[in-house]
Design a protein around this ligand. Structure first.
Ligand SMILES: C[S@@+](CC[C@H](N)C(=O)[O-])C[C@H]1O[C@@H](n2cnc3c(N)ncnc32)[C@H](O)[C@@H]1O
Length: 252
């Protein structure tokens, strides 16, 4: 049973209720013939949403890829401590959620994991390093493993420039994606063998839609979800943004 507010929100990380619910539902409808792949797990917030989804669904497997150490994110969010390692916290969050049998942790970078990973994937969740070259690499290495009509979702797609740039390029030039959607900061596409000219027009228009409205999801994540992973400077701006946001919008 999925309850974001009760079970998931206490795991540190960056995920809104809408995003977590989307991951849960996507995993729940996934066929166990195929794999679900998550790139970037941190302490397991998104992994738990996916894991509860497969457990409530057909019982497939979620491959959670993250080196859990020595990444730019670990240095940034742990006060530059080289020793910081999220693997044990990740494992304990998975265990507490009762989903150990649904999760296959791969403690490697996505580049290394891609070399030996052979299973067809029907849902790919990309939330690893947000640098342009890394997101590009994640896309180039893992998108080919996605089945036709499979779904790919990128997290932080509005406020992270690397993610914004890659997904904009996809919307502009890819002939293999259609049905773009925005769920707070997630941008979601469906993979097809060849999209139509109408699909390409919709993809192109979506660039502007996201540009103008993407900030709402980003505010929802940074302001309302809150996170213990945020730096002091961010915390100050968050308090300020919270004040403005709460006066403008009513949370769902
Ligand atoms: C934004 S966090 C993931 C947040 C997580 N999905 C959640 O819901 O809390 C990014 C993660 O990507 C991982 N990472 C960075 N570079 C990576 C790479 N090349 N391959 C796999 N994971 C990577 C980092 O270790 C970090 O844990």
């Amino acid at each position: 049973m999925f309850n974001f507010r009760k079970d998931i929100s206490k795991i540190p990380g960056w995920l809104t209720q809408n995003e977590g619910t989307f991951l849960y539902k996507q995993a729940k409808k996934s066929s166990k013939k195929y794999a679900i792949v998550e790139i970037g797990s941190w302490k397991g917030k998104s992994t738990v949403c996916l894991g509860i989804g497969v457990k409530d669904g057909e019982g497939g497997k979620v491959y959670a890829i993250d080196p859990h150490k020595d990444t730019t994110e670990h240095k940034k969010w742990s006060g530059n401590s080289d020793e910081y390692d999220t693997y044990n916290i990740f494992l304990s969050n998975i265990k507490n959620a009762g989903i150990e049998n649904s999760i296959i942790p791969i403690r490697k970078t996505s580049e290394k994991a891609a070399i030996t990973f052979k299973r067809p994937v029907d849902f790919l969740f990309i939330d690893g390093s947000h640098h342009f070259s890394h997101v590009k690499l994640d896309y180039e290495l893992w998108f080919p493993k996605l089945i036709q009509n499979g779904t790919v979702a990128f997290h932080d797609a509005w406020h992270s420039l690397g993610v914004m740039a890659i997904t904009t390029l996809m919307l502009l030039i890819s002939t293999k994606i259609k049905n773009p959607r925005l769920i707070d900061t997630l941008i979601v596409f469906q993979k097809v063998s060849k999209n139509s000219s109408i699909d390409r027009l919709v993809n192109f228009s979506f660039i502007f839609y996201r540009l103008f409205f993407g900030w709402i999801g980003s505010m929802r994540m940074h302001v309302l979800s809150g996170t213990s992973e945020t730096s002091t400077l961010d915390k100050r701006s968050i308090l300020w943004l919270k004040h403005i946001y709460r006066n403008l919008f009513i949370e769902k």
